[in-house]
Design a protein around this ligand. Structure first.
Ligand SMILES: NC(=O)c1ccc[n+]([C@@H]2O[C@H](COP(=O)([O-])OP(=O)(O)OC[C@H]3O[C@@H](n4cnc5c(N)ncnc54)[C@H](OP(=O)(O)O)[C@@H]3O)[C@@H](O)[C@H]2O)c1
Length: 355
């Protein structure tokens, strides 16, 4: 099938993943974001501010996308504001492309907060969800911008007659610089600082996360599922979980990541030791390291997002993800999670993001 793809949020961790898979599949790919830096080779970048209707209208003028991939979000201090802004992004974009009457499919990336609740009530509501999380689990009775984004897509699909898919990754492992949430590059920067200063690589999270089962979503696997669902007839009009297909415990993976960086490690002891505290004074250290090793990004906070890794690893329950729905329909992609981290670390080193 000939695909003219519009990736919204094309320089983010999810947007880069789907952009690369679309390019690999031979699609023509347009990508929207405010900044060009980080756009995948082969993607035609369109600069636009998704919070500005006129800017979005101008960006899509003349485009006839057959497939739209929604992978942008803008982090706000409260869920009420997240809903207003992020459902607004979906609405503005879909309204802007509607007159072209070219869209056949819209794929939306959300995440496991669909089941765990938004960050302000993150796995804290007193009602921890059953795990593994399954697509059939009902929405939680708390405000959640993912639900409003889904509803915008469902309403537009009905109005405009396109098919849709929703994709719910667990923590995404992939390259993106200056993005909001990136566990892989956070751990890479943290481990590199530990190595530089001779500090131990300390697991920041909870006992439940250290001992319990976890899974992850490689950005390449997410991208492959987006392309599969948007181009496979029986896969359309469904919401899918998406993870690598293996499970692990942090008490197994943490020492192995430490070994990759050749640093001494410490596991969970009496209480979490959040990275926000551990890394609070590291911005200057990183600047010095950037000069010493010729790194491409001297601002630590564009590489590391400790707040997000702390929330993720600090959860009071183990979280893993059922993949039965897309497996049953033929999506068979698998990615070893340890190798997903190692691939990312090797890329970050090769591209001088870390020493
Ligand atoms: N990261 C994870 O580990 C993870 C895990 C599970 C679920 N998710 C979900 O996946 C979805 C996508 O998130 P992500 O982590 O991929 O995001 P991200 O890496 O932070 O990327 C966001 C993208 O949106 C663009 N963007 C942001 N504000 C914009 C604006 N006003 N105008 C135009 N472009 C804008 C950014 O580019 P510019 O800044 O250049 O504009 C970037 O391309 C979100 O719903 C998120 O909650 C993420």
């Amino acid at each position: 099938m000939e695909i003219v793809a519009l990736v919204v949020g094309a320089t983010g961790i999810a947007g880069r993943g789907v952009s690369q898979e679309l390019i690999n599949a031979g699609a023509r790919v347009y990508g929207i974001s405010r900044h060009r830096k980080g756009i995948v080779l082969g993607v035609e970048h369109i600069a636009a501010d998704l919070l500005d209707t006129a800017s979005v209208g101008k960006a899509v003028r003349g485009l006839k996308p057959s497939h739209v991939y929604l992978a942008a979000w803008s982090r706000r201090p409260s869920e009420e504001e997240n809903i207003e802004v992020n459902a607004g992004i979906v609405r503005t974009l879909l309204d802007a492309v509607a007159p072209a009457k070219s869209v056949k499919h819209v794929a939306l990336v959300t995440g496991l907060k669909h089941y765990l609740g938004p960050f302000e009530a993150y796995a804290r509501s007193g009602l921890l969800p059953p795990t593994p999380v399954r697509e059939e689990q009902p929405r939680l009775a708390v405000p959640n911008f993912y639900y409003n984004q889904e509803d915008e897509v469902f309403a537009a699909a009905k109005r405009e007659g396109f098919t849709w898919s929703v994709h719910r990754p667990h923590t995404i492992i992939g390259k993106a610089i200056g993005n909001a949430m990136n566990m892989g590059s956070t751990l890479a920067a943290y481990a590199s600082i530990c190595k530089e200063l001779g500090r131990p690589f300390k697991f920041p999270g909870s006992a439940a996360q250290w001992n319990g089962l976890s899974d992850m979503t490689d950005a390449r696997v997410l991208g492959k599922q987006l392309v599969w669902a948007s181009t496979t007839d029986i896969a359309k009009n469904e919401a899918y979980n998406i993870v690598n297909g293996d499970v692990f415990r942090w008490n197994w993976l943490w020492p192995r990541i430490a070994k990759w960086f050749d640093v001494a490690w410490e596991g969970f002891e009496a209480a979490p030791v959040p990275l926000e505290g551990q890394m609070a004074d590291d911005a200057e250290v990183w600047k010095t390291m950037a000069t010493k090793y010729g790194l491409v990004e001297s601002d630590l906070w564009r590489v590391a997002s400790p707040w997000h890794t702390d929330l993720d690893m600090g959860r009071p329950l183990e979280v893993m993800t059922d993949m039965a729905l897309s497996r049953k329909l033929g999506f068979r992609v698998y990615q070893n999670t340890e190798e997903a981290f190692h691939d990312l670390f090797a890329t970050l080193r090769a591209e001088r993001v870390i020493p």
